[in-house]
Design a protein around this ligand. Structure first.
Ligand SMILES: Nc1ncnc2c1ncn2[C@@H]1O[C@H](COP(=O)(O)OP(=O)(O)OP(=O)(O)O)[C@@H](O)[C@H]1O
Length: 589
């Protein structure tokens, strides 16, 4: 039996080696796609037929086309078309962006005004608008700039002189374009994740910076394809200004073919020039889209000129071989003394649902507090009220005796202006469950954004601080990476470094490890443990019971919007007073 098996195995080995040897002589036949081949033949025949017809039919008049293509009046018309397109694109996009920001603003009057404008201008056909503007002199003989109800007049000009056909065309195209563009920008703004707005606000970035550095660059990814559609539409709509007898490209060829009756060749001249313009715009779109996709793609292939630029450009100063996280955070550069948090009788409802009910807490400076409780008990909401991301209806919160979000006068609390709230927020760092790093900025740019624009640090100093913090969270080598090129644990460590870059008195963690794979949780918890010894006050909403037991001085247990009990971990975990706490701990421990 054993002999037989040996024989069979030997025969098998022989057969395989024969096959391998003869492998070299096999002919490989690719799979056949008869449908695809037929399609290709059909397309080839169609292209050949069209080219044959266009090139052999003398009525296309190609010699006339060649005669007029570079003719001076045609080029002058083309110049006007390009100028109108460029001017109306710039002014229409700027005005449209302002309208979009007004529409999403918190001022109801401004939002309504913007809505009304967009509604009106989108309803009026462009040709009607152009004709109305051309006849504005009939409605208003002069255009006057003056102080109302006084005799002070700055400018007083006859309308017909001021509103030349070119000015009317420019104004009409701008007004029309801005209304459509506003909605495209608004769509882009709405497409940006809400967490990005919150992270920017939590860092205390001024409103303008939030809009132009954080939200709009990310919105550009969805604005650009439709925005460029609009611009291409605009370039073609310039042909409509022929109603104003403005000699742009289309009007010019019309004038010429009326004289020489060579209609088709001259229409071809205009068509080919429009094709050239559209091709230029499509190439521009490709490169601009590439630019704004920074950080959106994990491994983008560099464009040829980018590789060259990267060589020429001065690289970001290399991080010195600073010690990695082992160094801890006890450096005066990074940490600063914590603030005492006093939560005084706060209550909050969402509609009729009371999420926080008369919460009272005293968290001493430098303490570490873990907030535990079942899902929906109000832990995250409580945390967000501490930096005024959520407003409370009753009670107040103070840090080192200074009210958060309010100013006290007698027994009245006045809510601060947003500008002042943003300033104060810089003292209260926040680390979110989903990291909320800015994906279009590199790790370094994420870290220096708030120190530069909230704390007013010099760039070199902000970079030094960022390098130091990255070394301490063990990510020095990722300084130029984009967030999407990092693992979840690394992103969360960058988020912690970003919050620390403001040197906050209090640092809030909203379930910092719940979006992480179990094996990445440890690296983030290690960083927080390290932080716990620096003197910064930490408040951590967490489901990591073991971690809370190890690192917290105080454990707060919440249920249904109330603090059921608070005390040292040893006491809460072994001798909880409340049956609901004991029941919860029995389930999770
Ligand atoms: N913006 C909101 N509008 C309406 N209800 C809300 C809003 N935010 C939170 N809530 C509700 O408030 C309650 C408390 O939410 P919160 O996020 O504070 O709970 P949590 O204790 O942090 O829960 P989890 O551990 O699941 O994150 C929940 O019932 C939630 O549905």
């Amino acid at each position: 039996m054993a002999l037989l098996t040996d024989y069979a195995a030997g025969a098998e080995i022989e057969r395989r080696s024969d096959a391998r040897q003869s492998n070299a002589h096999y002919r490989i036949v690719p799979a056949r796609h008869p449908g695809r081949a037929l399609g290709t033949i059909f397309a080839g025949v169609m292209i050949a037929a069209v080219l044959y017809s266009v090139l052999t039919n003398p009525r296309w008049g190609w010699p006339v086309f060649a005669e007029w293509f570079f003719a001076e009046p045609v080029l002058a018309g083309l110049g006007r078309t390009l100028l109108l397109t460029a001017l109306a694109t710039v002014s229409g996009s700027l005005f449209g962006t302002a309208l979009a920001l007004a529409r999403v603003s918190k001022s109801p009057l401004l939002a309504s005004l913007s809505f009304g404008y967009i509604w009106l201008l989108r309803s009026i056909p462009l040709i009607v608008l152009l004709l109305v503007l051309n006849n504005l002199g009939y409605l208003y003989e002069t255009i006057t700039l003056s102080v109302p109800f006084t005799d002070t007049v700055f400018v007083n000009y006859p309308t017909t002189q001021l509103l030349t056909p070119f000015a009317a065309a420019f104004l009409g195209l701008t007004l029309n374009q801005s209304a459509f563009f506003a909605e495209i920008v608004r769509g882009g703004i709405l497409s940006v994740d809400h967490g990005q707005h919150e992270a920017a606000a939590a860092l205390g970035l001024p409103r303008r910076r939030q809009a132009f550095r954080i939200v709009l660059p990310q919105a550009m990814r969805s604005i650009l394809p439709t925005g460029f559609n609009e611009i291409i539409g605009l370039a073609k709509s310039t042909s409509m200004v022929y109603v104003l007898a403005l000699p742009e490209l289309f009007y010019t060829v019309q004038v010429i073919y009326r004289r020489n009756l060579e209609v088709i060749p001259l229409l071809m001249v205009a068509t080919v020039w429009y094709l050239v313009i559209m091709t230029g715009l499509s190439i521009a779109q490709h490169y601009i889209e590439r630019y704004f996709s920074k950080g959106a793609i994990r491994n983008p292939a560099p464009l040829p000129f980018q590789a060259l630029l990267a060589r020429i450009r001065r690289p970001v100063p290399e991080v010195s071989s600073a010690p990695q996280s082992k160094a801890g955070f006890r450096d005066a550069q990074v940490s600063r003394l914590g603030g005492a948090v006093h939560v005084h009788g706060i209550s909050k409802s969402f509609g009729s649902f009371k999420v926080l009910d008369d919460i009272e807490l005293n968290l001493p400076a430098g303490s570490v507090t873990a907030i535990l409780g079942p899902s929906g008990s109000g832990k995250s909401t409580l945390l967000r009220t501490i930096n005024h991301l959520e407003r409370v209806e009753d009670g107040f919160i103070s840090i080192d005796g200074e009210l958060v979000g309010y100013r006290q006068k007698g027994d009245t609390l006045y809510e601060l202006k947003e500008k002042d709230i943003l300033q104060r927020r810089a003292d209260i760092g926040m680390v979110f469950q989903n990291f909320n790093l800015f994906p279009h900025l590199t790790v370094l740019e994420n870290l220096i954004e708030a120190p530069l624009h909230v704390r007013g640090l010099e760039r070199a100093e902000a970079i030094r601080l960022a390098q130091d913090l990255l070394a301490r969270v063990g990510l020095s080598d990722k300084i130029n990476a984009y967030p999407r090129q990092l693992s979840g644990g690394q992103q969360q460590r960058v988020a912690i470094a970003r919050a620390l870059a403001l040197r906050p008195k209090v640092l809030l963690f909203d379930e910092p490890t719940s979006a992480l794979d179990p094996e990445l949780v440890g690296e983030v918890l290690d960083v927080i443990k390290e932080l716990a010894r620096t003197g910064t006050t930490l408040v951590i909403v967490t489901h990591e019971i073991g971690f809370a037991r190890e690192v917290a001085d105080t454990v707060v247990f919440m249920n249904a919007g109330r603090v059921l009990e608070a005390g040292p971990p040893a006491l809460i975990f072994s001798e909880a007073q409340h049956p609901r706490t004991r029941e919860f701990l029995a389930r999770v421990l």
